[in-house]
Ligand binder design. Structure first.
Ligand SMILES: [Ca+2]
Ligand SMILES: [Ca+2]
Ligand SMILES: [Ca+2]
Length: 1006
């Protein structure tokens, strides 16, 4: 394939001298400017803008909402959206427009790119800001869009709603009369409406001071019961397609015998002997070539003379390209696809509306990529649906939607329907499912020169029928609200509080000395919570994919990298530890099935990570109740790992499943290092629980392990593995330079543990990663090592997962006889891992290198390249990327222990003048420190909630004196003592001190 490469070749693939431009290096630490996107940069922007675990709606670069994944349809994404970013598309009609009258000139300007010359976008999670300007418009418009987001307040942050605040400013010298309109298509039953009849109903009402456009759906009136016999239209039991017209090659010469279908397709579930199955009929031998074939199959005309068309359908889930359509008057009136499953399922179309009309069926197979095939059988016209359609109210996309105009004025106007027989003033309107029903709300205003006005719209949705296979049904938000109307009314009543607290968090986050790019990148992945990666079911359980719709079970080995949720909404992580990892997934022997109920094996990294996360979850609690409840189970999980280590040497030798999806054998630096970190965490928790014998057990294995780890695995400046000679067929990075080799120490920093790995060798390992794995252009490396997916394109920088700088091990050996898809991981750049290393480098003082790694990811996700808000791994909005929050914590040198009432900061950037936000168990705020004149001053300002403290640690700067330490809470002196060890200052408050919101604890060291 490529190689073998010599040392000199390696230099060409990953240069030792990165030749980073001085201005780029300078920009890593400069506060800089907020990034504002314009022009073509707006095209791919999709900022998640709904509540957490409430579906997924994007705010586009020009302020239009798109994607609209709120209808409980499982959307499964893959890795492809890195190389081919999604473009805005919307299944429904919604938007805002301004009608402007100045003098005798009237302009109509929808709020989008097409109608304003200058549109700009600034996304500061959780708030997106879009500004519209045009030299020909007397007014400008500023849109601020967000869903309420208040750390620690899960309830306030989980609303299925988006607030859109418009500010209109008159820049002209004359009076302007204007009307701002918002419209919403009733898209309730978006998918069901393609299969059955029903009615959509809109109404406009005033409630809670708001003008509310409510969109609902209901069953169609029942027809006359009928006794007409079924008509078998087509059973595909012949050798040819008969009267059906064939194009292309995918359909072959006729229906295929089920007995001759490739066995890997499984039971396709057909009726009789033959079926339509393009995967089997395509004239090709490989799966790819079969997928590549395309064609159509069109029935002879028939007259619709029964209420339903029933059939079996399977194959690809591609709308429009692997589908069967019903054509009436040459228009597609019904369409259906498979569900990426070869087993065909019964489907019914309600066709009463077209009774007596001529029609045709068309089976389309126009997809040449994965799942480019379709199966169809047994087409029957019947007066009964072929499968029970079930009550409309139980369909996944049933529910309600609302557009509301808050603080409504008497002249604000609402119309239930825009067009058709209902007049624009009508307050109610109904339409059958196949007709569009769009409602409208408007506000008229008059603006004097220079005057400003505001209008706040709320979009709310309520689709309670989420149902993921094997998981509890329903949506958590439906426990609090019975309709979108109730959601909108709640927002209307609480908009002042929800808005001010969201802004308070936003302002607290950005009121920092840290660079803008750094604040943007480390926080924006938190928006993954507001995507379909994350769900909360009717019973309150938090659940997540790895990325949208891909890889189930809140995967322990992926989620252990993600630090954001634990620090912002710790109750969700505590619940997942307690109910899932240490609950339903915990086996009698202590093994944790890392996908909850979805798999039956443990993984070494997930197991160690769960123990480390349990410590973190304890530290983010107000008291020790969580640890008391879970400690016996944590111990059990630890004992499983200890047993896996076998001989007490602190290294694990046997089969080790892990996040790279295969089993590795022999001591692996990355996995044994995590084991050592877990031992340290268990020891710390044991001591807190008064379990000194267990603490001693963990400590002694740890101590042996740390020595063995260095002695056996450290060579040539980094840590390698010692692959088991009995298992050379297995994938193993061997003596390659592997990205996670010192992950255990990285974790230790995140939870304030004493060192797990010695500093000297650890720093050297990180420098080796920089030297051997960080490349300013992945192109040459990927040209030589082709396997793997694309998360950094040629010309883009990144930290490679594993390189092979030594001559005793190469990709070919690392691959063993493992599958190419898994070995290919070594050649990729995966954001979550890169953040793990970036944070670790910053903790260890390699600040420039750490920032450069994080910035490389940031640059890859610049809006000119792809959607900045969608970090992709094997799925959109990939959870591991929430590791970026750990990079932020590293920059602050943050440590916190809620039950012990301890907080600490050790800023790595500009410590002489530093300010950054923090979150604790019961409150959040801002930490700042400054060296000025002869004194060092630090402040802990609490913006929200409360913070109870006993001890505080700070790092003294070199030139700072420390003969006296004074602590004040606002103006009151707080009695305290202090200890200094090295440059560490530890302040012990004489008694527990509570800082309330709005108060500042001031520390003056002189
Ligand atoms: Ca058949
Ligand atoms: Ca195909
Ligand atoms: Ca061992």
């Amino acid at each position: 394939m490529a190689g073998p490469f010599t040392r000199a070749d390696f230099e060409k693939l990953v240069p030792a001298d990165k030749k980073l431009r001085p201005e780029w290096l300078k920009s890593l630490t400069e506060r800089g400017q907020a990034a504002v996107y314009r022009g073509s940069e707006l095209e791919k922007i999709g900022m998640p803008i709904g509540g957490i675990c409430a579906g997924q709606i994007y705010l586009g670069g020009d302020g239009k909402l798109w994607h609209w994944d709120i209808f409980n349809r499982r959307i499964a994404t893959g890795a492809e959206h890195y190389a081919k970013p999604l473009r805005p598309s919307s299944p429904l009609d919604q938007g805002f427009a301004l009608r402007i009258k100045s003098g005798n000139k009237v302009q109509e300007r929808p709020l989008d790119r097409a109608h304003w010359r200058d549109v700009s976008f600034r996304g500061e999670c959780p708030i997106g800001v879009v500004e519209y300007r045009d030299a020909d418009s007397p007014v400008s418009v500023r849109l601020e869009a967000f869903s309420p987001f208040v750390p620690l307040d899960t309830e306030a942050s989980s609303l299925p709603a988006t607030i859109m605040q418009f500010t209109v400013t008159n820049h002209s010298r004359g009076v302007v009369e204007a009307e701002l309109a918002g419209w919403l298509e009733n898209a309730v039953c978006l998918y069901s409406a393609q299969l059955r009849d029903g009615l959509r109903r809109n109404r406009v009402v005033r409630r809670a001071g708001a003008l509310i456009l409510e969109c609902r759906a209901e069953e169609a009136p029942a027809g006359e019961p009928s006794q007409r016999p079924d008509i078998l239209f087509e059973d595909f039991e012949h050798e040819t397609y008969g009267d059906w017209a064939v194009t292309g090659v995918a359909f072959g010469s006729g229906p295929v015998e089920m007995a001759k279908i490739p066995s890997y397709q499984g039971d396709v579930g057909g009726k009789g002997r033959r079926v339509v199955n393009t995967h089997a009929s395509a004239p090709a031998n490989t799966v790819e070539a079969r997928d590549a074939a395309i064609g159509t199959l069109t029935s002879p005309p028939f007259v619709i003379e029964r209420n339903y068309i029933t059939f079996l359908i399977g194959g690809g889930a591609h709308k429009d390209t692997t589908c069967m359509n019903l054509l009436v008057e040459e228009r597609v009136v019904r369409t259906a696809t498979g569900e990426n499953d070869n087993h065909m399922k019964p489907m019914s179309w309600d066709v009463r509306r077209w009774a007596g009309k001529p029609a045709r069926l068309q089976i389309v197979e126009n997809e040449s990529g994965g799942w480019g095939n379709i199966g169809v059988d047994n087409i029957v016209f019947s007066d009964r649906p072929g499968m029970p359609l079930g009550p409309l109210a139980q369909q996944e996309d049933f529910g309600s939607m609302v557009l509301a105009l808050l603080e409504a004025r008497p002249r604000d106007h609402g119309a239930a329907a825009l067009m058709g027989e209902a007049k624009r003033s009508s307050k109610t309107s109904t339409r059958p499912f196949d007709q569009e029903l769009v409602g409208l709300l408007t506000r008229k205003f008059k603006l004097a020169p220079g005057a400003v006005t505001q209008a706040t719209f709320v979009l709310a949705w309520h689709m309670p029928n989420l149902h993921l296979s094997r998981l509890p049904p329903g949506r958590f938000y439906a426990r609090r609200f019975d309709s979108a109307h109730a959601v909108a009314a709640y927002v209307a009543r609480n908009v002042a509080r929800l808005t001010s607290q969201t802004r308070l968090w936003h302002d607290t986050w950005y009121d920092s000395t840290l660079p803008y790019w750094f604040l943007d990148r480390t926080f924006l992945n938190t928006s993954i919570l507001a995507t379909s990666t994350c769900h909360r079911f009717g019973n309150g359980r938090f659940y997540a994919w790895e990325g949208v719709g891909c890889c189930e079970g809140t995967c322990g080995h992926v989620w252990q990298y993600a630090h954001a949720v634990a620090r912002l909404f710790p109750e969700l992580e505590r619940q997942t530890r307690e109910k899932v990892d240490l609950g339903l997934a915990l086996q009698p022997d202590g093994a944790i099935h890392f996908r909850g109920e979805f798999n039956d094996i443990p993984a070494i990294d997930a197991q160690a990570g769960t123990i480390l996360r349990a410590l973190r979850e304890h530290q983010m609690s107000a008291d020790d109740a969580f640890l008391r409840r879970t400690w016996p189970r944590i111990k059990k999980a630890m004992d499983w790992l200890i047993a896996k280590g076998g001989n007490g040497d602190g290294l694990i030798e046997g089969n080790q499943h892990n996040t790279l999806d295969t089993d590795w054998f022999g001591p692996v630096a990355w996995l044994s290092g995590l084991y050592l970190a877990a031992l340290r965490a268990a020891e710390a928790m044991a001591l807190e629980m008064g379990d000194t014998a267990y603490a001693e057990k963990c400590r002694s294995i740890f101590q042996a392990g740390q020595k063995n780890f260095v002695n056996q695995l450290y060579a040539d400046g980094y840590f390698r593995n010692r692959p088991d000679p009995q298992h050379l067929d297995a994938i193993n990075s061997g003596s390659g330079c592997e990205i996670d080799q010192v992950f255990g120490q990285s974790w230790a920093f995140q939870v304030g543990l004493p060192r797990v790995l010695p500093q000297e060798q650890t720093v050297s390992a990180l420098k080796s990663l920089w030297r051997y794995n960080f490349t300013p252009d992945v192109g040459p490396y990927r040209e030589a090592y082709k396997a793997g997916r694309w998360y950094a394109m040629p010309g883009e920088a990144g930290l490679l997962m594993c390189t092979f700088p030594r001559s005793d091990w190469d990709y070919a050996q690392a691959k063993g006889k493992g599958p190419e898809w898994a070995a290919g991981y070594f050649n990729e750049c995966m954001n979550g891992f890169e953040y793990q290393v970036a944070g670790h480098m910053i903790w260890e003082g390699l600040v420039t290198e750490g920032l450069a790694l994080a910035r490389a990811v940031h640059d890859r996700y610049h809006a000119s390249r792809r959607n900045p808000w969608n970090e992709v791994e094997c799925g959109d909005h990939y959870a591991r990327s929430m590791a970026s929050y750990g990079v932020f914590l590293a920059a602050c040198g943050f440590s916190y222990h809620g039950p012990r009432k301890h907080i600490g900061f050790a800023p790595r950037l500009t410590p002489q003048n530093f300010k950054a936000p923090f979150t604790a168990a019961e409150g959040w705020g801002s930490f700042s420190q400054k060296l000025q004149g002869g004194s060092f001053e630090a402040e802990i300002y609490l913006a929200w909630g409360k913070l109870r403290l006993r001890t505080i640690t700070l790092v003294l700067l070199e030139s700072a004196p420390a003969s006296s330490v004074r602590v004040r809470l606002n103006t009151r002196v707080v009695k305290a003592s202090h200890e200094i060890s090295g440059n560490q200052l530890r302040i012990i408050l004489l008694s527990e001190t509570k800082i309330a919101a709005g108060q500042t604890l001031q520390i003056r060291v002189a």
